[in-house]
Design a binder for this molecule. Structure first.
Ligand SMILES: *[C@@H]1O[C@H](CO)[C@@H](O)[C@H](O)[C@H]1NC(C)=O
Ligand SMILES: *[C@@H]1O[C@H](CO)[C@@H](O)[C@H](O)[C@H]1NC(C)=O
Ligand SMILES: *[C@@H]1O[C@H](CO)[C@@H](O)[C@H](O)[C@H]1NC(C)=O
Ligand SMILES: *[C@@H]1O[C@H](CO)[C@@H](O)[C@H](O)[C@H]1NC(C)=O
Ligand SMILES: *[C@@H]1O[C@H](CO)[C@@H](O)[C@H](O)[C@H]1NC(C)=O
Length: 952
């Protein structure tokens, strides 16, 4: 027929299996399929030679009915393909049938991922499988930092299919699934109520709902009734619910306020809007009684599936659309055994696999029979509708906007990529995802009895009221931390004791009770240890960490005969000594020409220099300094010496009066090498640490209380005691609060993590309590509790001694003083030198032509002479003249001048220029009486500008 006229087309029978044809969704989907075909045959493919003819069957929401419908379609109608069925349960058998008869089954609503595992080449899924959205859900969980989530799903193939994938995805973001809530598809109100009540008593508050709207709407209504749509709860819907929200009625949406949803993303393109309008008009015309019908996502998939099928059928062409009869040999009355095989099946499959076009959900193509689109839209149910809060793509994770540019962005699950969310209970604050169940039990907090340090925990049983009172530092900190939590946690303390009140075990046993579930927490002075943390979770430490050693102190005062050297450092001693000599020398240089006290034989002069300088140390210098330059140097120097001696005195005083206490041992190795006994607290893990460090177990002695420890330490190793006690820092602090004077703390010698509270592994309380501990530690509560429980006792109330390593004064503290002295002395020297050369320049001039050495010697000799022009000599020489006349002997006192280094000789250059010196005092009788050589030297040197130098 087709060959005669191209307008004549071949009808291709195609089956459609839908649930409940009277239902709105079936009508919507069917209308979409019809529109797809009419769009295909009236649009660009108007000339196609085939026409798909639909054979619609109702599967009545039943698996067997769906199978029967499929069998009927294959056997009797001999369809080339089947669109549908609706649900994953129905699909399973229909796929098998299609496989046997080689009839492609194209489902647009069966989303169970396990359907792929049937591995039928004749199964096509024109829908996203459920597992493609689990990463989107886990991304939300990760973004908000929830650590636990409870899936609530319907108990059938559809519900279960997603669970393994969901659990894996949650595990990947380190969220636990503490419980899975399975709900029967036909659950009664009572069953829903019971299940939700159960969820309420659990601490997880994040629920992932995976079911279809029929059950989901009832669940949410019930949850709302029970107050589970209030603040603190998180509801996340899979696309099973969210995709159909647009067709869900308003009262159901009202009960979902605040829920989040993951929805297949349908770009709102022009084609889409156009299609939606056309579809609305047509649907309205056909179903005048139904108003407000809306397109949902499966309807679009149905449209795309029908379009793809029509395209594939056209591509296969007008070949043989017949069936091969079942083998005649099979002689059975059973329908299933006698179905034929579609001749065109493989061809149609090939054609379908190659189909590619732009559908409403993006590019439409099958890869291994699966639709390849997986962009999801995150929505928040708010008011009457849903509000988009972001997208999820497999490549970029959570993103605010979809565009091709951010494809290079790394995968991100940042909260900032999600728009503002109104959570259940109209709250804008992100729920923390868990709650201490309000109607549940109170926390059972275990506390130790008999721990040796009642300051930490003390349990007192009051038999009159049958109650136990628990007090102590640890309890105060625990209460303070729990009080810091943003929510109320009710708890009771339970002593870890036998019925008779004695301890029921060690700290390890106590901590293990949490693992066993007998306690919900432990508040004890329990150290955070690696082996304990295998079974429980610790909070951050609330005390100082580390294991330290306490040893007796001995006074080292009196031991040292050299303590007088201690106040100054060696550097400072050396520097001071140098400056004493230096200043002495400078003063000598400045003075010896004008001051008789600095004159005399060389040895005497050297002695004077040292004597003078060192006697300034005690301000006992006898020599009077008369030159202004020397005075200025000396006065600066005196000032420095004053400061130095005062500092020295103060330092020495403090050294002598303060107790110079010294620990007897500073190193655990010394203890081990000396084979001293070491104490540890009975039952403490420190014993094992010490043995691990190489301590001989026989050298270990336990103690049970502070007092006993003190006695043992006092006795010392030799008398059955111990040389040192090793314990955790808080315990030792407590010990030193009582015995601070005798002992000192050394260490830490082992690193441990301090005391922490114990909670079961994975407890959501741990991070919050840890945070609370930090707040408590930074606030005043810890100090208050420390003052309350660890207050220094007895003689320790005053400040405890601190062992200062060295309080010697160093050069660092005084260098500026020395700098001042150095500068002033150098300046004085410079001025002296300049004025000296200025005044004696003529000698230099006069000796021009002599060797450098000789000229230098002349200057030196000049320098060595008295400066007779000095007023001191004018005055003192007069007085000495008197002395000379009167006593005669005084002239010898300091002027033998036999030390003159350069006695005049005929060969000397001096004699080449015999000079006659007539000074103002020329007629002075001194000339005659003075020692000859002195006169020789002095009379060659003009002393004042006014002097006349006569040369022959
Ligand atoms: C029949 O086909 C021809 C060309 O293929 C076309 O021009 C004509 O309009 C068609 N007639 C009908 C009734 O579709
Ligand atoms: C589900 O769909 C995703 C994306 O389309 C795909 O990667 C995955 O393999 C599918 N899973 C199954 C079980 O078909
Ligand atoms: C009929 O039998 C032949 C050979 O025994 C086999 O190749 C063919 O596939 C069978 N057909 C059907 C419909 O079972
Ligand atoms: C098939 O059944 C018919 C009667 O129902 C019988 O006559 C025939 O022999 C059977 N053939 C085979 C191969 O069993
Ligand atoms: C004391 O209280 C506990 C429970 O708190 C109870 O089991 C016990 O019987 C009481 N003992 C007496 C003597 O009342």
């Amino acid at each position: 027929m087709g060959q005669k006229s191209p307008n004549i087309t071949i009808a291709v029978e195609v089956g459609v299996i839908l649930d409940d044809l009277d239902s709105l969704s079936a009508k919507v989907w069917l209308s979409c399929i019809n529109m797809a075909l009419s769009d295909f045959y009236t649009g660009s493919h108007a000339s196609s030679s085939t026409r798909v003819v639909l054979n619609v069957r109702d599967s009545k929401e039943d698996t067997v009915d769906a199978a029967a419908a499929a069998l009927d379609l294959i056997k009797n109608t001999q369809v080339q393909a089947i669109l549908g069925p609706k649900s994953s349960m129905q699909a399973k058998f229909v796929i098998d049938l299609g496989n046997k008869a080689q009839v492609p089954i194209i489902s647009f609503s069966a989303t169970n991922p396990s359907l792929t595992s049937i591995r039928s080449p004749y199964f096509y899924r024109a829908a996203q499988n459920d597992s493609s959205q689990v990463k989107a859900i886990s991304a939300i969980i990760q973004a908000f930092g929830w650590r636990e989530a409870v899936p609530i799903y319907v108990d059938n193939d559809y519900g279960e299919g997603i669970i393994p994938y969901l659990v894996d995805a949650l595990q990947e973001v380190e969220a636990r699934v503490p419980y899975r809530s399975v709900i029967h598809p036909e659950a009664t109100e009572d069953q829903l109520d019971a299940e939700l009540s159960k969820l309420m008593t659990m601490q997880t508050r994040v629920f992932i709902v995976h079911m279809l709207p029929s059950l989901g709407s009832r669940l949410f209504a019930k949850a709302r009734e029970k107050g589970m749509m209030d603040e603190g709860y998180v509801w996340i819907m899979t696309n099973g619910l969210t995709n159909l929200l647009s067709t869900t009625n308003a009262s159901v949406i009202n009960s979902m306020q605040g829920a989040l949803g993951v929805r297949t993303y349908v770009p709102r393109t022009e084609e889409y809007v156009d299609f939606r309008n056309r579809w609305k008009r047509q649907f309205q015309k056909k179903n005048p009684t139904i108003i407000d019908a809306e397109l949902d996502v499966p309807a679009l998939w149905a449209y795309d599936a029908a379009f793809a099928l029509a395209m594939a059928v056209e591509n296969v062409g007008t070949k043989n659309f017949g069936y091969e009869k079942a083998n005649a040999s099979t002689n059975s009355s059973n329908d299933l055994e006698t179905i034929g095989i579609s001749q065109n099946g493989p061809g149609l499959c090939k054609s379908l696999s190659g189909t590619k076009f732009r559908g409403f959900g993006g590019d439409f193509s099958f890869v291994d029979g699966q639709l390849q689109t997986s962009v999801f839209e995150m929505v928040n149910v708010f008011g009457d509708a849903t509000k988009r809060i972001g997208f999820w793509t497999p490549r970029s994770g959570l993103v605010k906007k979809l565009n091709s540019k951010n494809t290079s962005d790394p995968y991100s699950t940042s909260k900032s990529n999600v728009g503002p969310i109104i959570w259940p209970g109209d709250s804008t604050s992100v729920p923390k995802g868990w709650e201490i169940p309000t109607d549940g039990k109170r926390l059972r907090v275990g506390v130790p009895v008999e721990n040796g340090y009642p300051q930490f925990v003390k349990v007192v049983y009051d038999s009159s009221t049958n109650t136990t009172h628990v007090t102590g530092y640890v309890i105060d900190i625990f209460n303070a931390a729990m009080g810091q939590l943003k929510y109320n946690v009710a708890y009771d303390f339970f002593p870890f004791a036998k019925p008779d009140g004695t301890s029921a075990g060690t700290y390890d046993d106590l901590v293990h009770q949490v693992f066993l579930g007998n306690f919900d927490a432990v508040a004890a002075d329990a150290t955070i240890r690696a082996n304990r943390s295998l079974y429980v979770d610790f909070t951050l430490p609330y005390t100082e960490s580390g294991v330290v050693m306490v040893v007796p102190m001995k006074d080292r005062k009196g031991k040292s005969a050299w303590i007088f050297l201690k106040p100054l450092t060696l550097n400072l001693w050396l520097t001071s000594a140098f400056f004493f000599v230096f200043v002495g020398s400078v003063v000598w240089v400045l003075e010896h020409r004008i001051n008789d006290e600095f004159r005399g034989p060389p040895a005497h002069q050297v002695g004077t220099v040292f004597w003078f300088s060192f006697s300034t140390m005690v301000f006992a210098q006898r020599e009077r300094v008369i030159g202004n330059l020397a005075r200025s140097v000396e006065i600066v120097w005196m000032f420095v010496v004053l400061i130095l001696t005062q500092s020295y005195t103060a330092s020495l005083t403090s050294l002598l009066t303060s107790q110079e206490l010294q620990p007897t041992f500073t190193n655990i190795l010394d203890l081990i090498n000396n084979r001293e006994y070491i104490g540890y607290k009975e039952g403490s893990f420190v014993r094992n640490l010490l043995i691990g460090r190489g301590v001989d177990p026989s050298k270990l002695r336990p103690y049970t209380s502070r007092e006993e420890c003190d006695v043992l330490l006092t006795n010392g190793s030799a008398k059955g005691g111990i040389a040192a006690a090793i314990d955790e820092t808080p315990n030792i602090r407590l010990f030193l609060a009582k015995y601070c004077k005798k002992y000192t703390m050394i260490g830490p010698i082992f690193r441990t993590d301090g005391f922490g509270f114990v909670f079961p592994k994975g407890s959501p309380l741990v991070p919050d309590v840890s945070r609370a501990i930090l707040v408590v530690k930074e606030g005043n509560e810890t100090t208050d509790a420390e003052n309350k429980w660890f207050a220094p006792e007895g003689t320790c109330s005053d400040t405890s001694p601190t062992i200062s390593d060295s309080n010697s004064l160093g050069f660092d503290s005084f260098w500026s003083l020395f700098l001042i002295v150095g500068v002033s002395a150098s300046l004085a020297l410079l001025i002296f030198a300049v004025s000296f050369f200025n005044r004696h320049w003529h000698i230099f001039i006069a000796t021009r032509g002599d060797s450098v050495w000789r000229r230098f010697m002349v200057m030196l000799r000049t320098f060595d002479q008295r400066d007779l022009s000095s007023h001191t000599f004018r005055k003192s020489s007069r007085s000495r003249d008197r002395e000379t006349y009167n006593f005669g002997a005084t002239a010898v006192e300091d002027s033998p001048d036999s030390y003159s280094t350069c006695p005049p000789s005929p060969a000397s250059g001096l004699s080449d220029h015999p000079e006659i010196l007539i000074t103002a005092e020329g007629a002075h009788p001194r000339m005659g009486e003075q020692n000859r050589s002195e006169a020789q030297t002095s009379d060659r040197v003009p002393q004042q500008p006014g002097e006349i130098l006569l040369t022959p």
